[in-house]
Design a binder for this molecule. Structure first.
Ligand code: KIV
Ligand code: ZN
Length: 524
């Protein structure tokens, strides 16, 4: 949708999960995971997908190009710093899209101007040259004055006017450090629209970070001020406290249309599924009480609430669970259920699986059904999450731990590494520590454990545990996740999954790519 055809009450949703979200340390996604998320975003009705930062690495370039080739409806944007080399590289990647966009930016606040040491005049010239160059390549160009909310008013106005004159079609006003507040956010956009020459020819966008917990409120306030594009991520993924959460702005506009008369093109019934997928592939679990997509968002524990809900759901519910794609937790199948039933259930949960994937899932489903009395939808989803294992270099073949009140605890482990079995017995301070020591003995490495987290998938003592492990090695941060009815097995598999990702990351950063040196913050 262009600014000529966009209805005044229509707000464009610009998703940056694959760019700003993926920049979050440890949230790295694989190539195939990025393609999957892009497809889900496109199917859900997101207007613009920011697929990555093509100059950052060969991997980013390949992902943006492939997403551009595959996209059906969505505009595919790539990020480029305000320099000709970045912009050319970005265009090379996005040009395959039916509807490509170049998104270029520079930090305009005094603090950001000081980094490349540019005067206002030099920066103004740079903006003019870069937007002109981008516009010569692509009809759809987005300009961002990074840290706009801390940029002097007169200079912000000037940068925006230069970008518009040079051909920008969307003007983004980022609140890069989550500093603004709703009243200010609305006023800034309102003032820009009123005073900037050429404002009527462009779409104004809002891009908020959540450092003070106001990203959603600030984004909606910006829309009240006249912005017609919200930049956001699934689950609010993003550096530090994250970005505006897509599911929150979409549902707020849907539920409170009475006071916020603006619509989006997003099919809200697909929110829960994509939220689960992003949590899985990024390794960032959704907090239980997260608005819209948290496990407890529709749970009513207290007696008073339950009583009210039974009499009339509207007493304590402002939206229906099914509006966000939440189905009542259902008992799925037992050990007698067949392959066709599993395929049907997966489809119902939003997963299309190939025959070979189904075969593998079916074997693991049977094994789970043997161990667990009741198999729920969440268990099936946990099985899907664990699927990476088949093509990974390190795999857990055997684990037995001895634990209890008498120390030392020990682990006997066999790992298959590049097709060859290796065995070790180690001790540790508790069963998880012993198992981790075993992995480390078989795969020596210097990565530091940054996070170890356990969540129960469902209720009951036979519930599966989902374990998340985050590790860091020389600036590379990776996350692994796994689920099992045995918490120690899930822990070992999550650790191994993180190591597998680390090995991939070591390769991509050793390929001579500039991933470690190019950051979107080096705006020069
Ligand atoms: O937060 C920010 O300013 C950004 C820009 C690159 C748009 O992400
Ligand atoms: Zn950002």
């Amino acid at each position: 949708m262009t600014q000529e055809t966009q209805a005044r009450d229509r707000v464009l949703i610009f998703d940056t999960t694959l760019r700003d979200g993926e920049q979050s340390p440890g949230a790295t996604m694989t190539h195939s995971e990025k393609l999957e998320i892009a497809q889900l975003l496109d199917e859900m009705g997101v207007d613009i997908i920011e697929a990555g930062f093509p100059i950052a690495s060969e991997g980013d370039f390949a992902a943006v190009s492939e997403i551009a080739k595959r996209a059906d409806d969505a505009v595919i944007a790539g990020l480029a710093r305000a320099n000709l080399k970045d912009i050319d590289r970005c265009w090379e990647a996005v040009k395959h899209a039916r509807r490509p966009r170049i998104h270029t930016f520079i930090g305009t606040s005094p603090l950001h101007r000081a980094i490349p040491n540019l005067s206002r005049e030099e920066m103004a010239e740079r903006i003019h040259d870069c937007v002109t160059h981008a516009r010569n390549l692509c009809d759809d160009v987005q300009w961002s004055s990074m840290d706009a909310t801390r940029t002097e008013w007169d200079f912000l106005k000037q940068t925006v006017e230069i970008a518009i004159r040079a051909g920008a079609t969307t003007i983004n006003i980022p609140d890069t450090v989550g500093y603004t507040a709703p009243v200010e956010s609305a006023d800034l956009i309102r003032r820009l629209i009123a005073e900037v020459e050429g404002a009527e020819d462009v779409v104004f966008a809002t891009h908020c970070h959540n450092d003070l917990g106001m990203a959603t409120a600030n984004s909606l306030a910006a829309v009240a001020g006249g912005a017609r594009q919200i930049e956001c991520t699934i689950n609010g993924l993003g550096e530090r406290a994250g970005n505006t959460a897509l599911e929150e702005v979409v549902m707020a506009l849907k539920v409170r249309g009475d006071i916020m008369p603006w619509t989006t093109g997003v099919d809200s019934r697909k929110l829960m599924h994509i939220s689960h997928r992003v949590a899985t592939v990024s390794g960032f679990p959704v907090q239980f009480n997260k608005a819209i997509v948290g496990k407890n968002a529709f749970a009513h524990e207290s007696g008073i609430h339950q009583d009210g809900m039974l009499k009339n759901a509207a007493t304590f519910e402002i939206m229906r669970p099914e509006d966000v794609g939440l189905k009542a937790t259902s008992l799925v199948m037992g050990k007698h259920s067949g392959r066709a039933a599993l395929r049907a259930k997966l489809k119902d949960l939003g997963y299309e699986v190939a025959d070979n994937q189904l075969g593998d899932l079916f074997v693991r489903f049977k094994a789970l059904a043997d161990r667990k009395k009741e198999v729920y939808d969440e268990d099936i989803e946990a099985l899907v999450r664990d699927q990476g294992a088949a093509d990974e270099a390190i795999r857990l073949k055997f684990l037995r731990v001895i634990c209890g009140t008498e120390a030392p605890q020990s682990a006997d482990m066999t790992l298959t590494i590049d097709g060859v079995d290796h065995q070790v017995t180690t001790q540790g301070d508790g069963p998880v520590d012993a198992a981790f020591n075993a992995v480390k003995a078989l795969v020596p490495h210097k990565a530091r454990l940054q996070l170890y987290q356990v969540h129960a998938v469902t209720e009951g003592t036979d519930a599966q545990a989902t374990v998340t492990v985050r590790m860091a090695e020389e600036g590379r941060i990776v996350t692994g996740q796994s689920a099992d009815t045995d918490t120690v097995v899930a822990s070992a598999k999550a650790y191994i999954s993180a190591l597998n990702r680390l090995m991939v990351k070591r390769r991509t950063t050793a390929e001579g790519s500039d991933i470690k040196t190019v950051s979107y913050k080096d705006a020069g």
